[in-house]
Design a protein around this ligand. Structure first.
Ligand code: PEP
Ligand code: MG
Length: 586
């Protein structure tokens, strides 16, 4: 067995975990040890799915060939080769055989057979055949990518795994598998507020991003220990190291203690009530939110209703989802966000134009206003399920007042048609133009929420999914904090409730800062609620505000970071001695 080895990367979600390496994202040698198995009943479905994704891949390659046109310099024959592979009877036959006789799932089978082809091509003498191995990898990845955008069901593993992702980390990497078996994730790229990282944080899965040299040092099935507090990946760790990690139960014990304590409202030392709500995606998350003491649901990311689906959700899919969420939220307020389709959340069945820059493209309300029929299904299901519950509707990615007015009048039309009451409606402020003009929205909205995840990326022109530019993606940037302060003041002056539901609100290092800026409603992943409440209970709202009055004098990022450290030490000194990991949570 090869010796222990260590790699490093950037911590994206804190914690540690141990499991066997399971690769996603490129053909790799031997998936035996982490092969995913299926039952005999699933064989037919897997084969049908194989035919389906082969057809889709062929159509996509066709589209690409057409798109290239005749006057281009790109050799389109390469695309014809891909089509050839997809129709190759040997390739098709071997995949079908692997699924039906070895009872491996489709991804494992495609990888298995592709690996076999790659090995054979590589051992061939001619350069022509050697080149075919990279074509095989391309086709294999193309096919697998459809599976990851449309899994159909979550797959499970025999024991804990560490997902090794050789591309940007995406939400389906988590949703496609049984979460309880994912002990950690290492990935070549992905930022702290990418949707995949948010999901991983919700499910307490540590993540390290920007890891280099993965393929040279990790083989499928290797034991991997992910220490995302320190940004280290231990490959084939020695047993002494593993047992030293297993003894570190401290963090979990504190979490359990705080969870038991905070099933009640929180007041700062000077008696100000602060709401700490939960961000959720799936109906089963509500139970966790309630158990963690959520004062309500501050954000339902309804686009997760689209994942694991082959077609646009029907009326009854929608209703089932909202009924399940509202019924289990125990009468607490629930803010349902209309589907934020686009950006990195593209359902495979939805016809999206090819976009160079999807995060700046056709997304959320922009789709809503053009494809009202899709949103009519969603809005009417929410209105019907919401009858008798305390809920509101929030719209993402609003840029102009005009968009908002049009969207709101559409919701009113739907409500009138159904004879239902118009719900409270609010804006998710995450586009710079909108937040800078928040004042003009005030008379038109019932509430506001700030989506710091997108807002930071748009203000700093730094992609939230790209670990390479993470150093620019910083919530503690002086100009950013001044914008947040103005927005909170604007909502408070107008008597409109405002929350922050971006990841910034769930980071305990930002709690004093945000309270000082006047924030009274936090919306965070369920697991973060007890710690955020504990911090709020230990501070004085007035004293935090007093400390924040100094931020205008701070000009540089470095000075602001240092100032924040001192601020936390000053307000939370004793608590940080008791809970030292406050300083390392990401
Ligand atoms: C945000 O942008 O901060 C937000 C809450 O929305 P999402 O992370 O789903 O884009
Ligand atoms: Mg957003």
């Amino acid at each position: 067995m090869k010796k222990e080895h260590e790699l490093s990367g950037e911590s994206v979600v804190s914690g540690w975990g141990l499991g066997k390496a399971f690769f996603i994202g490129r053909t790799v040698q031997q998936q035996e040890t982490t092969a995913v198995s299926i039952s005999r009943d699933d064989v037919g479905n897997e084969i049908m799915l194989f035919n389906d994704i082969r057809d889709r891949a062929k159509k996509d390659y066709h589209k690409m060939i057409k798109g290239l046109g005749s006057g281009n310099s790109v050799d389109t024959s390469i695309l014809n080769i891909y089509e050839h592979i997809l129709d190759d009877p040997a390739f098709i036959g071997q995949v079908v055989e692997t699924v039906s006789s070895r009872l491996f799932d489709l991804e494992t089978s495609i990888r298995f057979v592709s690996n076999d082809f790659v090995k054979r091509f590589e051992s061939a003498g001619t350069s022509y055949f050697k080149e075919r191995s990279s074509d095989m990898v391309e086709v294999c990845e193309k096919l697998v990518s459809y599976l990851h955008r449309d899994e159909g069901r979550a797959k499970t593993f025999v024991g804990p795994v560490v997902l090794v992702i050789l591309r940007t980390f995406i939400p389906t990497d988590i949703l496609a598998y049984d979460r309880s078996k994912i002990a950690g994730v290492i990935t070549t790229s992905g930022g702290k507020t990418s949707h995949a990282a948010i999901l991983a944080r919700s499910y307490n899965i540590p993540v390290i991003s920007g890891v280099r040299g993965i393929s040279d040092h990790i083989k499928p099935g290797d034991e991997v220990l992910v220490d995302a507090d320190k940004g280290r990946v231990h490959i084939r760790p020695v047993s002494l190291l593993v047992s030293s990690y297993k003894r570190q139960t401290h963090r979990e014990e504190i979490y359990r203690e705080l969870k038991a304590k905070w099933n009640r409202p929180v007041y700062t030392r000077d008696g100000i009530h602060i709401e700490v709500m939960a961000n959720i995606s799936l109906p089963e998350d509500v139970k966790e939110a309630v158990e963690n003491g959520a004062d309500g649901i501050g954000l339902v990311r309804t686009e997760y209703l689209l994942s694991n689906r082959k077609e646009m959700p029907s009326k009854s899919n929608h209703s089932g989802y909202y009924d399940a969420i509202l019924n289990s939220s125990k009468g607490k307020h629930c803010t349902i966000r209309l589907m934020d389709i686009g950006g990195d959340k593209i359902p495979q069945f939805f016809e999206m134009p090819a976009e160079f820059n999807p995060f700046m493209g056709w997304r959320a309300i922009r789709i809503f206003l053009e494809r009202k029929e899709i949103f009519e299904t969603q809005v009417s299901a929410i209105l019907k399920s919401g009858a008798g519950f305390d809920y509101s509707i929030m719209i993402p990615m609003v840029t102009t007042l005009q968009e908002w007015v049009e969207a709101k009048s559409f919701i009113r039309e739907v409500a009138t048609k159904l004879g239902m009451k118009m719900p409270r409606c609010g804006v998710l402020f995450e586009v710079p133009l909108a937040i800078l003009e928040m004042n003009t929205f005030m008379k038109e909205i019932d509430f506001a929420s700030i989506g710091t995840n997108d807002l930071i990326q748009y203000l700093s022109a730094a992609d939230r999914n790209n670990s390479k530019v993470n150093y620019l993606y910083n919530p503690v940037e002086p100009a950013f904090l001044r914008i947040i302060r103005t927005a909170i003041k604007c909502a408070n002056d107008n008597g409109k409730p405002l929350s922050i539901c971006g990841e910034m609100a769930g980071n305990p290092q930002h709690t004093v800062l945000l309270a000082g800026l006047g924030l009274r409603r936090f919306s965070v992943i369920p697991r973060s609620i007890p710690l955020i409440k504990e911090i709020l209970a230990n501070i004085s709202f007035a004293e935090a505000a007093e400390s924040i009055s100094h931020i205008d004098a701070i000009e540089s990022t470095e000075d602001m970071m240092q100032w924040l450290k001192n601020l936390n030490r000053r307000h939370l000194g004793n608590l940080m001695d008791r809970i030292p990991y406050i300083e390392t949570v990401i």
